[in-house]
Design a protein around this ligand. Structure first.
Ligand SMILES: C[S@@+](CC[C@H](N)C(=O)[O-])C[C@H]1O[C@@H](n2cnc3c(N)ncnc32)[C@H](O)[C@@H]1O
Length: 220
């Protein structure tokens, strides 16, 4: 997180007012506020906002990304991290982010050589199921609208057991439609193959110009 925050701060250095949409517990809003940015955090879930408040995150507003309770073009930049994959109307969400933001939108993504996810999808397919993403992940958005910048933030080791624990709990929104027993059987099979192993991974910060997002999302 430290390395990641450093890169985010550097990318936002020429900006003052920041919207953190899908702020969650304030993982990013808190260090950005502490650094001196004027950050407003928006989230649809009051439970998340309560946890953010308990961590002394300021300027929190309850609202949905598809209908932000905010005036037009009031922020220099928007931070939108791990949100769009949860929103089926992701184009509407982007339009709203563009409506209230002047210059850029920043997000994070990671690349990994961890084969567990691919094996999971393959085994699911053999059982007649597939994962279904609700919205668009950051890496998928990068294929639709090219980011103006993609900066490597930190390299880390992606542990197979950590990922398997998440998969076992059906923690990913893409797994919500997979029956529990099918999921458990597949995860157990994967544990046999991958438990104890770790794979290289890299966290990246992606930056889009608002103009590029606006022009692409507008016409699709
Ligand atoms: C995976 S968390 C990410 C939180 C934070 N950005 C982070 O990276 O720590 C996704 C957050 O988006 C919020 N969220 C989901 N759908 C939303 C929507 N339509 N509008 C605003 N927030 C939403 C959730 O309540 C949750 O706090």
């Amino acid at each position: 997180m430290k390395d990641l925050i450093k890169v985010i701060i550097n990318e936002l250095r020429d900006h003052k007012t920041i919207l953190d949409v899908g702020v969650g517990t304030g993982r990013f809003a808190k260090p950005l506020q502490e650094y001196g940015f004027r950050v407003v955090g928006v989230d649809i879930a009051s439970r998340m906002l309560k946890r953010a408040r308990e961590k002394s995150v300021r300027n929190l507003v309850r609202g949905g990304v598809c209908s932000l309770p905010l005036k037009g073009k009031v922020f220099d930049a928007a931070v939108c991290i791990h949100l769009l994959h949860l929103v089926s109307e992701w184009k509407m969400a982007l339009r709203e982010i563009c409506r209230v933001t002047r210059k850029l939108m920043l997000s994070t993504t990671y690349t990994t050589r961890n084969p567990v996810r691919q094996s999971y999808s393959r085994l699911l397919k053999d059982c007649g199921y597939k994962t279904r993403r609700v919205g668009k992940g950051e890496w998928e958005l990068a294929e639709v609208v090219r980011p103006s910048k993609s900066v490597s933030a930190t390299a880390f080791s992606n542990k197979a057991d950590e990922l398997l624990n998440y998969l076992e709990q059906r923690a990913y929104s893409s797994q919500w439609e997979i029956p529990e027993d099918v999921n458990r059987k597949i995860v157990n099979e994967l544990r046999g193959k991958y438990s104890g192993r770790a794979f290289p991974a890299e966290m990246r910060v992606l930056v889009w110009d608002i103009y590029d997002l606006e022009s692409t999302v507008e016409f699709q």
